[in-house]
Design a protein around this ligand. Sequence first.
Ligand code: C2E
Ligand code: CA
Ligand code: CA
Ligand code: CA
Length: 277
Amino acid sequence: EAKADRRGVLVYERSLDGHSPSRLALLGELRQALQDDQLVLYYQPKVDVTLGRVTGAEALVRWQHPERGLVPPGDFIPVAEGSGLILPLTMYTLEAAVAQAKAWLDAGQAIQVAVNLSPRCLVEPTIPDQVRQLLHRHGLPARLLRLELTESTVMADPERALGALMELRNLGVAISIDDFGTGYSSMSYLKRLPVDELKIDRSFVMDMLAEGHDAVLVRSSIDLGHNLGLAVVAEGVEDEETLTALRALGCDVVQGYHLARPMPASAFTDWVVSRVP
Ligand code: C2E
Ligand code: CA
Ligand code: CA
Ligand code: CA
């Protein structure tokens, strides 16, 4: 439901269901934001647990809103996902991320960028071909692009997802299962999916030292991933103790505020350079 604040600016509430005026207003504004280049990508490093090397960067979208400042993705991605707008929005983020990876490559840094893919995109038949054209247009090797999909994205329509993932995988694009542990993917599907990385959801990682069952879930996810031949990433690593515990469990890659927060591309470049001994 839309409310007007003191300046008369529309304030959007979290429950943006159905065709409420606020949802439609937000969609209209978001459509305009795409045209006006108001969406920016922040990059968060993924770091090798044992070597400390940067293995890649996750691209996380923010809306640089003229009045409301930097709007987090949780405030507009779900609304875009409920409409067709998620497709142009995803193409926008893919385009920006691929262009950035190419710029880094040209500057001598081969940094793999990871882009989050919404459920709607995976069942969009043209996506694999659009990704192929995008890589070709920018001259970026496919292995420097990674797509992150949640378990529920895949499980919504497993057969169709499998087909699209095979096509993307055949291009040479890397694929991750995101937010692992929050969905219900069966072992048999996981085995069939052409993925090479599993990301343990941050809710489990953040509580693993305090909550026994979260530690068990993290440990068994690492073992499961490794048994399937996948690299395992822990996201939401906020302190040194968690990092040490993950290292002891054989986790491969870490991501989280303890390493670095998501940051604009230029800051990411500086961060990478400053880490070289
Ligand atoms: P995600 O894919 O699970 O992304 C990780 C989220 O965890 C990011 O939130 C990141 O800023 C946050 N994070 C990273 N390290 C830590 C940590 O140590 N502690 C805590 N508490 N949080 C941490 P963000 O940027 O707000 O993104 C939220 C979600 O929005 C993402 O979750 C993803 O599902 C979605 N999203 C972001 N960008 C895009 C996009 O371009 N396209 C689509 N479809 N979804 C996106
Ligand atoms: Ca992600
Ligand atoms: Ca995640
Ligand atoms: Ca998440």
